[in-house]
Design a binder for this molecule. Structure first.
Ligand code: NDP
Length: 484
């Protein structure tokens, strides 16, 4: 049967765009549909604007440091609106780049929402219907709010880049990547940040020791961390409530908010202060509440299950090692499959899909030893097993050092960095590397190459240190701190 296209990609984010371009370069006839902005989460409402906000926020540390180094410098005002407009100018430019990459690659673009009608047919919101031999779903995910009363009063990460003004105070709910990164960004921009995390320590799943040092650094920055705490109720603040950001007494003397949740008449676009009640009974008022409570795959109303594509419990598309779904002509990559939700992984999955389907070279996606960074302040770079994971697997030596780095110690600042290697006792291979330090994301990229190649501790030891740097410690730790 003749199809309109060899490949139809649904979703113009990092994974979808790369797969479409690379497939087109093999001579395949390719189309792509995107119903929002090209570039997807990473470029439009994720990694890129977030990293620019990280840069913006880091300048606030400079005057204190600079003064210790002899400069007469003071912190001026931060012009949020000026920065935000420049930010959006940059995102517009990048979206244009994505569009031209696609058109220069010969990919037909549909600015429309796509649904699957059958295993080889896509219907578009424009009313068009097209057929394709293969369909690739790369629709990403979206932030989710928890199920608590009036959760719509809180914003999600997508909204942060569009704020009309910086709030004076912000409550961030969650303890994952987004919560911790934006807590640091907002604090750096001068916002009074409180974070409620329901667990005992932020960044669950990462190395325990690293989590501790990051939490310590966040507290040093003035972020008010509350563990074992969640919101149970929220509402527009009334005049009875305390000043912005201030925790009020949990005792009954504060009484209930003016209106009870069931009867409150709340406008969907309420923009004023928000009253919250926490699980520990404390009440407080914040200018903004940010829910960084996870993301869900974009699989709703796409006709996926109707044509036989299997979805997991969280709505993610279930795929095999080659990103193929239960329907042989339909593949899926990126966050919509909820494997490892990182941009470079989606891109790898897209490339492996093209190798498999268009180059006759079946290529499974390698999800092992993926280096990644959390752009907290201090920054965190990590690759491989945590100490606990490694101990469960086999006997290990743990090499670890934590110290105040030269640059900030000179300025009298308290921040500590962490350099840590988890090493197999049997093979001497480095199983995990965890770095908390300024620039840790850059460092872990390079350590990741060595570790992916199977480097042993002896390989690290015979590498000469670069002096004076923070990262030289990673090749000079001689004796294990712990063995287990
Ligand atoms: P995460 O899954 O990392 O974190 C979600 C957080 O919200 C967890 O702390 C979770 O707690 C908490 N949570 C979930 N449900 C509730 C609830 N009902 N009430 C209170 N707290 C809740 O999601 P993020 O949104 O932070 O990030 C999504 C993904 O995006 C990440 O997993 C990552 O893959 C990617 N990302 C990567 C970045 C990077 O590479 N630097 C940056 C940003 C995002 P608990 O731990 O108890 O489950």
């Amino acid at each position: 049967m003749a199809y309109d296209y060899d490949l139809f990609v649904i979703g113009g984010g990092s994974g979808g765009v790369r797969a479409a371009r690379v497939a087109s370069a093999t001579g395949a006839k390719v189309a792509l549909a995107e119903d929002d902005r090209y570039g997807g989460t990473c470029v439009i409402r994720g990694c890129v604007p977030k990293k620019l906000m990280v840069f913006a926020s880091e300048f606030s540390n400079l005057p204190d440091e600079a003064r210790a180094y002899g400069w007469d410098m003071s912190l001026g005002d931060f012009d949020w609106c000026g920065f935000r407009d420049r930010l959006h100018g940059e995102l517009d430019r990048l979206e244009g780049v994505y569009r031209s990459l696609l058109s220069n690659s010969g990919v037909t673009m549909y600015d429309a929402r796509a649904q699957l009608k059958d295993p080889n047919t896509v219907t578009l919101s424009t009313g068009e219907e097209v057929t394709a031999k293969h369909i690739l779903v790369a629709t990403g995910g979206h932030p989710v709010r928890p199920e608590i009363p009036n959760a719509h009063l809180g914003i999600v990460s997508d909204d942060l880049f569009h704020l009309e003004a910086l709030p004076k105070s912000m409550l961030i709910v969650g303890g994952g990547y987004i919560a911790c990164e934006f807590a640091c960004v907002m604090a750096g921009l001068g916002v009074d940040v409180t974070l409620y995390y329901r667990g005992a320590q932020i960044l669950r799943g990462f190395d325990e020791e690293a989590r501790g040092i990051i939490a310590e650094g966040m507290s040093e920055k003035g972020i008010d961390l509350h563990f074992g705490t969640n919101i149970v109720d929220m509402a527009p603040a009334s005049e009875d409530h305390s000043a912005s950001g201030a925790l009020t007494s949990s005792d009954a003397s504060m009484g209930a908010p003016a209106n009870e949740p069931e009867t409150r008449d709340i406008s969907k676009d309420h923009d004023g202060p928000i009253w919250v009640k926490a699980t520990n009974g404390k009440e407080a008022v914040f200018d903004k509440v940010l829910f960084a409570t996870g993301r869900a795959p974009n699989t709703q109303d796409m006709g996926l299950e109707e044509i036989g594509v299997e979805l997991g419990r969280g709505g993610e598309i279930v795929v095999d090692d080659y990103s193929q779904t239960a329907v042989p002509s339909v593949y899926a990559i990126g966050d919509v499959t909820n494997r490892v939700n990182l941009t470079p992984v989606a891109i790898r999955e897209g490339m492996a899909f093209v190798e498999t389907v268009f180059k006759d070279n079946p290529t499974p996606v390698d999800h092992k030893l993926i280096p990644s960074a959390v752009f907290t302040q201090p920054e965190f770079g990590t690759v491989g097993l945590t100490e606990d994971e490694a101990r469960e697997q086999e006997p290990v030596h743990v090499y670890c050092t934590s110290f105040r780095p030269m640059r900030t110690a000179f300025a009298g600042q308290p921040y500590r960095v962490l350099m840590k290697l988890v090493v197999s006792r049997d093979t001497d291979r480095v199983l995990g590397c965890h770095i908390v330090a300024p620039g840790a994301g850059e460092m872990i990229q390079l350590a990741g190459v060595a570790i992916k190649m199977g480097a042993t501790k002896a390989d690290f030891d015979r590498t000469v240190a670069v002096h004076p740097t923070m990262s030289e410690e990673i090749v000079t730790m001689r004796d294990p701190m712990r063995t287990g």
